[in-house]
Design a protein around this ligand. Structure first.
Ligand code: SF4
Length: 103
């Protein structure tokens, strides 16, 4: 779920983060236009169960960095979310899509 501008966020053009429009609730920070990666490629993307949707796409998962900062779990974020400034590349990121094996 993308976050929206609220009265609690400043709307000053100089203060408004550039990635605000791509930021999902549960992310550790604003989506960063300067990071060309997806959350699924980050070590903090908690995909341990590798939950897959029926069509083979990777499911949403929680951000471990959000938990470190907030001391509680946040909402799940989609794997394709634009990464934030805390992005730390995973050595083995899950595939965005895995076709189902026919048996
Ligand atoms: S890039 Fe990493 S730290 Fe930032 S929101 Fe995505 S999973 Fe969390």
């Amino acid at each position: 779920m993308l976050i929206g501008l609220t009265p609690n966020l400043t709307h000053d053009a100089d203060n408004t983060p550039r990635g605000i429009g791509q930021t999902h609730a549960g992310m550790a920070s604003w989506a960063s236009p300067d990071v060309s990666a997806e959350c699924r490629e980050c070590v903090f993307f908690q995909h341990a169960t590798e939950r897959r949707l029926a069509d083979g796409r990777l499911g949403s998962a929680r951000c471990g960095k959000y938990r470190q900062l907030m001391r509680k779990d946040g909402p799940k974020i989609p794997p394709h979310a634009n990464a934030c400034r805390f992005f730390d590349p995973s050595p083995a990121p899950p595939a965005a899509y895995l076709p189902k094996m026919k048996v």
